[in-house]
Design a protein around this ligand. Structure first.
Ligand code: GDP
Ligand code: MG
Length: 442
């Protein structure tokens, strides 16, 4: 992608806003690059459309080239799609012991290996007692494979009884996990070379007798289009709660990750990075985004662009404040800055004497969820309203609060805060440049 894009980008204009034509040219190349990285066609198409919307008309930042800027937008959108809500990577729901975890996927995707890797992780990182059971009655020696891995990672496996059906084994695992006081029991199912009815019916029956807390789809990260097909099928029929992408140590470009995430909307929780049993990591969207873009130095490039863009934004904002302008967009940037600094708690922790106040702050509902609620309210305003908060009369207020799923009283508090800050900005503006603390804007 690097060479291809830099060629195109050199031709892009250097001034003003990114033009339609600039963006279109660049994104045609981005689309090809995505397809080369094994992202499925419809996903690549949607992705490019989303980026186009974000990029068109965006002001070109002075110190980065339009090319760098488009790369940054593409990168950020990739991370955004890959991360989803972003808070479930590396996590499994394993309350109410014994918690069943169902492992599903095609043959050879790495289910059995991943089962052992996850069991090891649960044992070592979370101190959980884990029982593993192989339900693979098809492949010769599949059960023995899991038993051997169990010994290697020091995790118990369900004793092998030949001649039982997968459902019978699952029942036995549940019983043993309950009686043996295990926290988690993992069910390693049989795969097939491709999706078929017999496989689905079998997995479905196992699901119904165990009600898994997590159903993890294990997918080979080297497969592109197929991965999507697999994920759609498993999700439609079985319902998956998360994805593990294996073989991310290979030279696949990770396009499967984007496709999977976009199509199923299910979080990618872990990635497999080798055959060794500790080669499992929680999913890092930035790394995969860098990989899809195919540039080793993309991350530092993006960081540099980010810093420049932030500095210019701060400068532009400062100028507005000095003129006494402070609208909802400014307030939103301020709140987002606070979130970056680690939210209310982070900011409070940095100020002397504030620690003591944190209880009162909590009582006043001023925790991190407040910042999120405030952002939600601002996002529910139209562009015009954000620029001119004085427009906000009763009916608009109702609509905005409803759009954010909150009460009007909460919106009123936000508006009051905005007025107070606007006043303060005005006063600070009058004090002139000297009185302003640049650092205050981060
Ligand atoms: P299953 O049929 O889905 O149970 O797949 P297995 O767990 O038996 O794995 C099939 C092969 O893939 C084995 O040789 C594993 O060692 C290998 N494998 C599994 N995960 C990874 C991974 O993340 N990276 C690499 N390089 N190999 C893996
Ligand atoms: Mg297996």
């Amino acid at each position: 992608l690097s060479e291809r894009l830099s060629g195109v980008f050199d031709k892009l204009g250097k001034q003003g806003a990114l033009s339609d034509e600039d963006v279109k040219t660049a994104l045609r190349e981005v689309r090809v690059a995505l397809l080369e990285a094994d992202v499925s066609l419809p996903v690549a198409r949607d992705f490019v459309a989303a980026v186009q919307e974000k990029a068109t008309g965006q002001a070109v930042t002075r110190s980065v080239t339009p090319g760098q800027q488009v790369v940054k937008i593409v990168h950020d959108e990739l991370v955004h799609v890959l991360a989803g809500d972003g808070d479930t990577a590396g996590q499994l729901k394993i309350d109410n012991p014994p918690a069943p975890i169902l492992m599903v996927g095609l043959q050879g995707s790495g289910k059995t290996t991943t089962t052992a890797k996850l069991a090891k992780r649960l044992k070592e990182k979370s101190g959980k007692r884990v029982l593993m059971a192989s339900l693979d009655v098809n492949r010769p020696a599949a059960m023995e494979q899991l038993a051997v891995l169990g010994v290697q990672v020091g995790v118990d496996t369900l004793p092998i009884v030949k001649g039982q059906t997968p459902v019978e084994i699952a029942r036995r695992a549940k019983q043993q996990a309950t009686m043996g006081g295990y926290d988690v029991y993992m069910l390693d199912t049989a795969g097939r070379l491709s999706i078929d009815e017999a496989l689905m019916a079998e997995v479905e029956a196992v699901r119904d007798v165990t009600s898994p807390r997590e159903t993890m789809l294990v997918v080979d990260g080297l497969t592109g289009q197929d991965a999507v097909h697999t994920a759609e099928n498993f999700d439609a029929r079985i319902g998956i709660s998360g994805v593990v992408l294996t073989r991310m140590d290979g030279d696949g470009r990770g396009g499967a990750a984007l496709s999977m995430r976009a199509v199923t909307g299910k979080p990618i929780k872990f990635v497999g990075l080798g055959e060794k049993l500790d080669a499992l990591e929680e999913f890092h969207p930035e790394r995969v985004a860098g990989r899809i873009l195919g540039m080793g130095d993309i991350v530092s490039l993006v960081e540099k662009a980010q810093e420049t863009i932030e500095a210019e934004q701060a400068e532009r904002m400062m100028k507005r404040f000095q003129k006494g302008q402070f609208n909802m967009n400014d307030l939103k940037s301020q709140i987002e800055q606070m979130q970056k600094l680690g939210g209310m708690e982070g900011v409070m922790g940095m100020l002397p004497g504030m620690k003591k106040m944190s209880k009162q702050v909590e009582a006043a509902g001023m925790d991190d969820t407040l910042l999120k609620r405030q952002i939600a309210l601002i996002q529910s305003m139209t562009k015009k309203e954000r620029a001119n908060p004085q427009l906000l009369q009763a009916s608009r207020k109702k609509r905005i609060a409803k759009g954010a799923g909150l009460e009007v009283s909460e919106l009123n508090k936000l508006l009051k805060m905005h007025r107070q800050m606007a006043d303060m900005m005005k006063k600070m503006g009058k004090m002139g440049k000297k009185g302003m603390m640049r650092g205050a804007l981060g």
